[in-house]
Design a protein around this ligand. Structure first.
Ligand SMILES: [Zn+2]
Length: 232
């Protein structure tokens, strides 16, 4: 299975899994981004947008991308109700087992996970695990503090890639994220949600070094605009 992952800074990613294009928390116009919205829309196929919670830095440019590409969204029920009222099309779900999304792409499924954070009054904040043909490809933790149930993600799925916030202040910091990697057991751990604003300054290379020194996983630091390819 061919997986292409692009980082735009903050918590914004695009993942291409065997030709299925999924944006996650696509705040493409964040202060760290090297990609304009025009460039994004012209160069990335977006079949689905996963929104982890209702904060502006995570809904990001979702509405604009949907208007310009016809992409659908996937989010917790209350965000679903809200965006549906605005005329957007999507799929609402809740925390639990994977929702089968064969209508979007055959073999695609997404499970929403808990996240310890806030989300205005729009349901609760979540993380998301994306599956293709029942293989847990990627876990995007959303914004979260450390929580013990991350061990269940490791026990049940041990996703190939884990995208984890390390910036502190609003989410886990590096030390907490290391414990998260230990529980989640990914093959590859990638830091996110750092250096966008002064309060979340963190060194992603310190995270990478520690993950690898402790033998927890491989780690990759992605620069905004960078794409990496994996074969699983
Ligand atoms: Zn955030």
């Amino acid at each position: 299975m061919k997986v292409k992952l692009t980082y735009f800074g903050h918590s914004a990613f695009h993942v291409d899994i065997d030709g299925i294009g999924i944006a996650i928390d696509p705040w493409i116009t964040n202060p760290l981004s090297k990609t304009t919205l025009d460039e994004y829309v012209n160069n990335f196929k977006t079949d689905l947008i996963v929104i982890t919670h209702a904060h502006e830095d995570h809904i990001g440019d979702s509405e604009e991308i949907m208007k310009r590409t016809g992409a659908k969204f996937f989010a917790i029920h209350e965000i679903y109700v809200d965006l549906t009222k605005k005329g957007f099309q999507g799929i609402g779900a809740n925390i639990g087992g994977p929702a089968k999304l064969d209508d979007i792409a055959k073999g695609l499924a997404i499970a929403l996970t808990p996240a310890t954070h806030s989300s205005y009054d729009k349901g609760v904040p979540t993380g998301a695990i994306i599956f293709k043909d029942e293989i847990p490809i990627l876990y995007h933790a959303g914004d979260t503090g450390l929580f013990a149930e991350m061990q269940f993600i490791g026990q049940l799925y041990a996703p190939k890639i884990a995208l984890l916030p390390i910036g502190g202040h609003y989410t886990m910091d590096i030390e907490q994220a290391l414990l998260a990697v230990k529980m989640i057991k990914p093959k590859i751990a990638i830091p996110m949600h750092y250096n966008t604003f002064p309060p979340i300054r963190a060194d992603p290379y310190e995270f990478k070094k520690k993950v690898e020194e402790l033998g927890l996983a491989e780690s990759r630091v992605l620069e905004p605009g960078e794409t990496v390819e994996f074969n699983f």
